[in-house]
Design a protein around this ligand. Structure first.
Ligand SMILES: [Zn+2]
Length: 285
């Protein structure tokens, strides 16, 4: 059951795994899914609870100054940034002509099927064209993969940076002021992940480390931001001194320069317009 719930709360863009409450641990059958989510309205209510366990917040500026629009669907308007969004904004369910009910059933079938589920089988159960069934299967599998990414291993570089705001400067002098914190984590020669974080304190960094980095990691390389050592939880940690331009320690394999250069690209791309998700430790850029 939890696999289905995890999948329904796809971490695509802004949506993240929320509180499954009473659904946890309940063995659910296709019949249950069919009955519990027999209308799109019921599907939307579940998505809403998963996405915003507390009050609804804007998917763009993340402020809670949001009003619900008087329409049949879950549509909201942000008074701060004037953005209009639905509960499915930024998820795989967005902009689909398929009903949410069909998406839910397809998700259940793919999650619970032991041997995998073909587009042909999906087509027979849901009706419609093979092309649509193939698209559903493809999108759901891709989202599941994204929702359960593998832990990073080997040499992992980690870096925190600040974007937005008017102050210049990245390091100590720039760490204050109204800037948004982005944490980048990269496996040397592998995945690069960005997160929009609430802050860059030890507790927050520790959460990202636990969620993304294997306990068997060889070394985590960071700059000398003082919050890192406490966040490591016993994992091997090395620092590079950016203030002294010590980007590469010759003769060793320590270098957080690759994360740094990825950041400069990211900053250019998103300065001013945040298109990334946010919530404590669950967001993905
Ligand atoms: Zn807004």
């Amino acid at each position: 059951m939890s696999r289905f719930m995890d999948a329904i709360s796809f971490r695509v863009g802004t949506l993240s795994i929320g509180d499954f409450g009473s659904f946890r641990g309940v063995a659910m059958t296709l019949l249950d899914v069919n009955e519990m989510f027999d209308t799109d309205e019921k599907c939307r209510q579940l998505l809403k609870r998963l996405r915003w366990p507390g009050e609804v917040e804007c998917v763009r500026c993340h402020m809670p100054n949001v009003v619900r629009l008087a329409t049949a669907k879950e549509l909201y308007f942000c008074r701060d940034c004037k953005y209009q969004f639905s509960v499915t904004a930024g998820t795989i369910f967005n902009d689909s002509h398929l009903s949410l009910k069909k998406w839910f059933i397809a998700t259940y079938l793919i999650c619970e099927s032991r041997k995998g589920f073909s587009a042909n089988e999906m087509c027979r159960i849901l009706g419609g064209s093979y092309k649509t069934a193939w698209y559903l299967c493809h999108r759901i599998r891709a989202a599941m993969k994204q929702a359960n990414p593998p832990m990073l291993d080997g040499t992992v570089e980690m870096e925190e940076t600040y974007v937005g705001g008017k102050k210049k400067g990245k390091h100590w002098q720039g760490r204050k002021g109204h800037k948004e914190v982005v944490i980048g984590i990269r496996q040397r020669g592998g995945d690069l992940r960005f997160f929009h974080a609430a802050d860059a304190k030890s507790g927050t960094l520790a959460k990202y480390i636990q969620e993304n980095i294997s306990q068997d990691v060889e070394v985590i390389v960071t700059d000398e931001w003082p919050a890192y050592p406490k966040a490591m939880g016993g994992l091997k940690h090395e620092t590079v001194n950016h203030a002294a331009k010590e980007y590469v320690r010759f003769g060793t394999d320590i270098d957080s320069n690759t994360v740094e250069s990825a950041f400069s690209l990211l900053k250019r791309g998103i300065m001013g317009t945040w298109q990334i998700g946010r919530a404590s430790c669950r967001e993905r850029v």
